[in-house]
Every structure is written in structure tokens, then in C-alpha cells.
Design a protein around this ligand. Structure first.
Ligand code: G1P
Length: 314
């Protein structure tokens, strides 16, 4: 009995040694060329889905997942992101004077979060962007959240990854299956074995495989949880696909010394990094809003019927 209690206690002690995931890194230094000319003078992360910048959806997911500190890795021309999460006393004062408390709440919501910024001086790839977070992260597990991927889920996607980390204590990469014709756009997982519902051991990760050479259909979709050891590999990572320092390549090397898991998160993922995905997200999010859905649905039907009539008349 005593022996059992001792084992139990030591497990508990060990459990206490598992560091809580409190930090998130959001790379936001990309040029946003797919959205030119809109992104000529405005960061792509500030493009709104309905009435909220895309990056705010990511930050809300982080906060709902229990993240306490967020580092945004920015680059040139990204000042608007810093301004967005700063307070604006004149605007707040005007809203108070005019009694517009609903809007005041929306403005205040964006400033009550611990957000830090660092600049990536040269665009050398996603791996290089994440490396800029080394001092911020220190010796703790942390998450990386990509702004091009918004996930709608009952349990926030990042929280799902944290739950898997608490079980495995290893790095967890969020994945979902995609169709064959788009695997070349993603980091793809070469599976080793499945160990639990949606949780897999991995042999390697391949960044943007040539069409037809993909080892599976499971794609990395913008959510990662890492142990701090990832930095050892990012620091020595040589450029890969596209001549850039790829995060995916560093993950494969980390996996060789410390188990990295792929986890199929539950939820619908939206790609706001390309035009069609952006339009789809805008439409679906608007259709989910109580204040908009009726009118937007009416509009969609009108546009559909108008187009149908036009094509019938041709
Ligand atoms: C990045 C990653 C890729 C991942 C993708 C998810 O690619 O390098 O592994 O699958 O994000 O959106 P990017 O879209 O920046 O080319």
C-alpha cells in the first residue's frame, strides 16, 4: 500500500513538472502578395472577415485556450497590427460621450490582452519567423498559430492541442485530411502508427510535396504545439522548399530525438490566405451572425437568381 502511495505521489510530482502552455507565437511578417493591391499599404492580417481583422480571430482562439502571453512576429509595413491592439483614448472618450457602449466594449476587448511584438528583419521563411520567438518562449512549451488558418470548433483548436500535450508531453502538430489535388500546398505527414483517437506517431513531415509524391493526405493546418527543443533545430536549419527556412524540416529533425505527434483536431478550418477561401469565410461567418444572417441569406439568393437568369438568357 505504502509503495502504491509513493508511486502515486511521484506521478503527481512529475505531473506538476509538466509546464503549463501559456505562450503563443503568431507569425505575421508575410507580404500578403495574394491580396495585392489591398495589402500594398495594409497588413493582410488586418483584412476583415465581416467586421473583425483576421488576426483577431486567432488571438481570440488563443485566449479561449488559456494562453496568457502572445508574441506577434511582424515585419515592415505591419504597424496597423500594433495600433489595432493598442488603446485609443480619444475614440474611447467619444464613444463614452455618445453613449455607444456596445462599440466601446468592442474597442476595449482588443486591448485587454498581453500582446508583445518582435520584428523579423528579413523574410527568410516560417522557421526563421518562429526562431525570433526564442527569448520570449524561454524554457516552456508554446503554441504557434498561423494567421491564414481560422478554425471554428466547439473546443478551440489550440485547446485541443494543449489537451493532447498534457497526455503525451510531446510536441503536437494539428492536422486534417485534405484532398489529393491540394497536398502540394501544405506540410504533409508521413505516418508511423496511430496510437489513439486522432493521435498519430509520425515518421517524417514533408513540406509541399510534388503532386503524386505525398506520403498521406494529412496536412499541417496552421496549429502547432512545441517543446522548447524546437529552437535547437530552427537555429541550425538550412533552407529547404522555396529557398526558405522551413518549420516543417525542423519538426522532422526534432522528431528524430523527441517524439512529435500529429493530432487530427476537430473543427472546420478556413483558409483566409487565398481569395476563394477568404470569400467563403466571410460569407459563412456572416451567415452565422444573428444580426446579419437573414439579410445576407436573402442577398445570396437574389444574386444566385439574378445570375441564373442572366446565364439562361445567354
Ligand atoms: C505554411 C507551412 C505549411 C502548412 C501551411 C498551413 O505554409 O509551411 O507546412 O501546411 O502553412 O497553412 P504557407 O501557407 O505559409 O506556404
Amino acid at each position: 500500500m505504502k509503495h502504491t502511495i509513493n508511486i502515486y505521489l511521484s506521478i503527481q510530482e512529475e505531473k506538476n513538472l509538466i509546464k503549463r502552455v501559456k505562450k503563443a507565437v503568431i507569425p505575421a511578417a508575410g507580404l500578403g502578395t495574394r491580396f495585392l493591391p489591398a495589402t500594398k499599404a495594409m497588413p493582410k492580417e488586418m483584412l476583415p472577415i465581416v467586421d473583425k481583422p483576421t488576426i483577431q480571430y486567432i488571438i481570440e482562439e488563443a485566449v479561449e485556450s488559456g494562453i496568457e502571453d502572445i508574441l506577434i512576429v511582424t515585419g515592415k509595413g505591419k504597424r496597423a497590427i500594433e495600433d489595432h491592439f493598442d488603446s485609443v483614448p480619444e475614440l474611447e472618450q467619444t464613444l463614452i460621450e455618445k453613449g455607444k457602449s456596445e462599440f466601446l466594449k468592442l474597442v476595449e476587448e482588443t486591448t485587454n490582452i498581453n500582446i508583445h511584438f518582435i520584428r523579423q528583419s528579413k523574410p527568410m521563411g516560417l522557421g526563421h519567423a518562429v526562431l525570433q520567438a526564442k527569448a520570449f518562449v524561454g524554457d516552456e512549451p508554446f503554441v504557434v498559430m498561423l494567421g491564414d488558418d481560422i478554425v471554428q470548433a466547439e473546443i478551440p483548436c489550440t485547446k485541443q492541442l494543449i489537451e493532447q500535450y498534457n497526455k503525451t508531453e510531446g510536441s503536437i502538430i494539428g492536422v486534417q485530411s485534405v484532398s489529393n489535388d491540394v497536398t502540394h500546398r501544405y506540410g504533409i505527414v508521413d505516418l508511423h502508427a496511430s496510437i489513439d483517437d486522432g493521435l498519430h506517431q509520425v515518421d517524417s513531415f514533408v513540406e509541399k510535396p510534388e503532386p503524386g509524391t505525398e506520403p498521406s493526405n494529412l496536412a499541417i493546418l496552421g496549429r502547432y504545439l512545441f517543446t522548447p527543443q524546437i529552437f535547437d533545430f530552427l537555429e541550425t536549419q538550412v533552407p529547404g522548399t522555396g529557398g526558405e527556412i522551413q518549420l516543417t524540416d525542423a519538426i522532422t529533425r526534432l522528431n528524430e530525438i523527441q517524439r512529435v505527434f500529429a493530432y487530427e483536431f476537430i473543427g472546420k478550418r478556413y483558409d483566409v490566405g487565398e481569395k476563394l477561401g477568404f470569400i467563403q469565410t466571410t460569407l459563412e461567418f456572416a451567415l452565422r451572425r444573428e444580426d446579419l444572417k437573414e439579410d445576407v441569406w436573402k442577398l445570396v439568393k437574389e444574386i444566385y437568381e439574378e445570375n441564373l437568369m442572366m446565364s439562361n438568357n445567354q
